[in-house]
Ligand binder design. Structure first.
Ligand code: SF4
Length: 262
């Protein structure tokens, strides 16, 4: 009868290497940040979000992909509500790059004067319109590399447009998603890019289309920055945040649109 212990015995030479006696120090590869959740837990989190908000919408008003792009550019360091107030009248007269150019920087500036950094943003909107006409036939390109070459457009803006206008499974990490990724240990990361990479890797394909909006709305209305509203949270039993105040999940019922858009 073979001794089962012999099967796993490690030769002395290899043991020495394993223990480091003969081993050369090797640089450790940087591990990608790990989620604290199992696959089943992640699927359950997003299943509940999908029941709660079956058709989540972004809160930036727009009428086509061009006006969405402009609205996202204007929303940097501004609230969606503040941007919507300004863009309603702007988009009524300029919903294409051609019309925006015809309006001119001064008039665009007049419309968006209530938004922070409006001078610079008006400049970018005009330069953006010109670039779309010169390089993309007046159309918004459905490609991240092309989008980020446009004035005022960074990776986050490109991801929002690709997700909302082109249905691509991108993850635009804003302040809410960055906080949730780290607070819940769902996608820990020091930069938005790290959080984005982990979320894109772990979220099941069938939930990627809406995951961006679910996380933003969850962060804006429930898992708030200053004080998370855990009793109102449908994933309280799964959440692994140190700050959570209850393990009892809120009833899983669809949120009526008026409430979602408050
Ligand atoms: S339980 Fe609390 S901390 Fe966890 S996700 Fe819900 S609101 Fe955020």
């Amino acid at each position: 009868m073979p001794n089962p212990k012999q099967k796993t015995a490690v030769p002395a030479s290899r043991q020495a290497t394993r223990d480091g006696a003969n081993a050369k120090p090797r640089p450790r590869p940087r591990r990608p940040a790990r989620t604290a959740y199992t696959r089943a837990e992640i699927a359950e989190i997003f299943r509940r979000f999908s029941v709660q908000r079956p058709e989540p919408k972004g809160e930036l008003e727009h009428v086509n992909s061009f006006t969405l792009l402009v609205a996202v550019v204007l929303s940097a360091q501004a609230t969606d509500a503040g941007v919507n107030k300004a863009t309603r009248a702007l988009f009524a007269v300029a919903d294409t790059p051609q019309k925006m150019l015809a309006l001119g920087e001064e008039e665009v500036g007049r419309h968006i004067r209530t938004i922070g950094l409006w001078r610079n943003k008006a400049k970018n909107v005009i330069a953006l319109s010109q670039a779309l006409i010169d390089r993309f036939g007046g159309e918004v390109p459905g490609d991240r590399d092309a989008l980020v070459t446009l004035p005022g457009v960074g990776r986050k803006t490109a991801n929002v447009v690709l997700n909302m206008s082109f249905g691509q499974p991108t993850m635009a990490v804003d302040t809410h998603i960055f906080r949730i990724g780290n607070r819940l240990k769902l996608a820990p990361g020091k930069t938005p890019e790290e959080v984005e990479a982990t979320l894109v890797r772990i979220i099941p394909d069938e939930y990627m289309r809406h995951a961006h909006h679910w996380l933003i709305l969850h962060g804006r209305y429930v898992c708030k920055a200053r004080k998370p509203d855990c009793p109102a949270c449908v994933i309280a039993d799964i959440c692994k945040a140190a700050e959570k105040t209850t393990d009892i999940p809120a009833p899983l019922v669809p949120i009526v649109p008026e409430e979602a858009a408050q």
